[in-house]
Ligand binder design. Structure first.
Ligand SMILES: C[S@@+](CC[C@H](N)C(=O)[O-])C[C@H]1O[C@@H](n2cnc3c(N)ncnc32)[C@H](O)[C@@H]1O
Length: 264
């Protein structure tokens, strides 16, 4: 175990449970390799982590040989942010964390804000990351935050995010303005599935094209999409149909389902 790995504690089980990643291995980076092997080292220079949770990605990145000049993680869960500030920043001072004070029925229900701008300057980040976050945003919030990604991403930056996607042509009852499926009435952002064509179009409106695609491991699971500016040399990629078998849902979704039983 590296020196830093032994110094930065693992988040407590409750917080690891919150983000659906209990296994300590998901917080480690024993080889020090790039945490996203398909993203070249120079993109990690200024790293913005939307929905950073309890610092899972931050901890892995802190253990990466190629270090960012600056990392900022934001999340609506005040307790997890405080934990990251107290337990990660002291070991890697270029890593900072801020509470993003937006409403969520589970963890931030006093907030009057549906959305808030990212608390950073325009075109300031070379890598904007959002793992399992656009999978928990209502359609209008997703539109807002895609515009924010466009605002803060450097001209030569990369946007790396995960998505639940479906094909709206299979749902003839959906109107033009309806492009998201919600699985839970008391907590609409429990899991949100966007129409594939709508999402690609919204990305294009925000000067983003898809340059790399990792299909879900199980049918209906998360797609990992890497996007860049239209000037990026890689050609735009089309999202194929997922050629996967059915399986279980993500543990974060399962956890919320259990927690929300009391509301139903
Ligand atoms: C499934 S967890 C993933 C956490 C982290 N990205 C990871 O990969 O470990 C989703 C996180 O997104 C946060 N989140 C969801 N919507 C958000 C919003 N609108 N603003 C900030 N954080 C949000 C949640 O609080 C939660 O910590």
């Amino acid at each position: 175990m590296s020196n830093l790995a032994s110094q930065i504690p693992l988040p407590p089980p409750e917080y690891r449970h919150n983000v659906g990643a209990i296994d300590p291995k998901r917080y480690e980076n024993p080889s020090g390799d790039l945490i996203y092997p398909t993203i070249a080292p120079h993109y990690y220079r200024k790293f913005f982590d939307f929905g950073c949770g309890c610092g899972r990605v931050a901890r892995q990145l802190a253990l990466q040989k190629v270090q960012p000049e600056a990392y900022l993680g934001i999340d609506l869960h005040a307790g997890m942010i405080q934990w990251c500030q107290e337990n990660i920043t002291p070991h890697v001072p270029q890593f900072s964390f801020l509470h993003h004070d937006v409403f969520y029925i589970g963890w931030n229900k006093e907030s009057p804000n549906k959305v808030l701008p990212f608390p950073v300057d325009t075109q300031d980040f070379t890598l904007v990351n959002a793992i399992s976050v656009f999978t928990h945003l209502e359609q209008d919030s997703a539109v807002f935050y895609l515009a924010e990604v466009n605002r803060i991403l450097a001209e030569d930056g990369i946007f790396h995010a995960t998505w639940f996607l479906f094909d709206k042509t299979d749902f003839p009852m959906m109107q033009d303005f309806q492009n998201a499926l919600y699985i839970n009435i008391p907590d609409p952002v429990n899991a949100v599935i966007f129409d594939k064509a709508w999402m690609v179009n919204e990305a294009q409106k925000n000067n983003l094209k898809i340059i790399a695609i990792e299909p879900p491991i199980v049918r209906g699971g998360q797609w990992v999409l890497t996007m860049a500016r239209p000037s990026h040399p890689s050609p735009a990629k089309m999202i194929p149909s997922a050629n996967t078998t059915s399986g279980k849902s993500a543990s974060w979704v399962k956890r919320l389902r259990l927690k929300l039983r009391g509301h139903q």
